[in-house]
Design a protein around this ligand. Structure first.
Ligand code: G4P
Length: 189
C-alpha cells in the first residue's frame, strides 16, 4: 500500500537490531486517517470472505484493529497478555515467546468471545518472527473458529514469520513488506 510505504520512508526510523521505529504514526502516536485507509484496503482484499470478527493481541494491534473493524462493520476481540496463570475453564490459553524482549507471555481470550461459527481476520501492527500471529491462530483453533486470513501493517520479510504463517496455509496480507533495512536504507519487496 503506497500510502503506508511512503509514510514509513518519511517518518520511520531504522534502529539497531533490525527494529523499525514507527511510533510517530503507528504504535504510540496513531494516525487514525492512515488506519482508516489501511482498513479500507483490507476490506477490499478480503471482500466476499464473510469476516464477522477481527481478532488481535494487545497492545499495539488494538488501535489498528478497531479502525479496521469500523470499515468491516464487525466487532473486535483482543487476546490479553495475562499475569494470572490460574485461569483455566473460562478462557482459551496459549504461550507467546517474544524474540525481541525475551521471555514468554501467557495469552488468553474468553471462551465467550471466540465461537466455532466465527470467520476471523487477524490484525497486527508488525509481523517479524510470527510468534504473536501463531498465538492468535492457536487460540482460534482451540475455539474451532475459521481464520480467514491475517492483515498486517508492516511485515519484515527478511525475518521468518511471514513464511512460517503462510506455510500453515494462512493468507497473509501485509500492507508494507520490507525486504531489507539498514540505517539510511530501506527497501520494500
Ligand atoms: P512477532 O510480532 O512477529 O511475534 O515478532 P517478535 O516476537 O519478534 O516481536 C516482538 C514484539 O516486537 C512484538 O510486539 C512486535 O510487534 C514488535 N516488533 C517486532 N519488530 C518490530 C519492529 O521492527 N519495530 C517495532 N516498533 N516493533 C517491532 P509485542 O511486544 O508482542 O507487543 P506490543 O508492542 O504490541 O505490546
Amino acid at each position: 500500500m503506497k500510502e503506508l510505504e511512503e509514510r514509513i520512508l518519511r517518518d520511520g526510523i531504522v534502529e539497531d537490531g533490525d527494529v523499525l521505529k514507527v511510533d510517530s504514526f503507528l504504535n504510540h502516536q496513531m494516525d487514525v486517517e492512515l488506519f482508516r485507509a489501511m482498513g479500507k484496503e483490507w476490506v477490499r482484499l478480503f471482500d466476499g470472505e464473510g469476516i464477522n470478527k477481527i481478532f488481535t493481541i494487545e497492545a499495539s494491534g488494538i488501535g489498528i484493529a478497531c479502525v479496521a473493524a469500523l470499515e468491516f462493520g464487525v466487532p473486535v476481540v483482543f487476546a490479553k497478555k495475562s499475569r494470572t496463570r490460574n485461569i483455566a475453564g473460562e478462557v482459551y490459553h496459549t504461550e507467546v515467546p517474544s524474540f525481541t524482549h525475551g521471555g514468554v507471555s501467557d495469552v488468553i481470550v474468553s471462551k465467550r468471545f471466540l465461537l466455532p461459527s466465527d470467520r476471523l481476520l487477524l490484525i497486527d501492527d508488525f509481523l517479524a518472527n510470527g510468534a504473536a500471529l501463531e498465538g492468535l491462530i492457536g487460540l482460534a483453533e482451540q475455539a474451532g473458529a475459521t481464520v480467514v486470513g491475517a492483515g498486517i501493517a508492516v511485515e519484515k520479510a527478511f525475518q521468518p514469520g511471514g513464511e512460517r504463517i503462510r506455510a500453515k496455509g494462512v493468507r497473509v496480507e501485509s500492507l508494507a513488506r520490507i525486504k531489507s533495512m539498514t540505517s539510511g536504507q530501506l527497501e520494500f519487496c
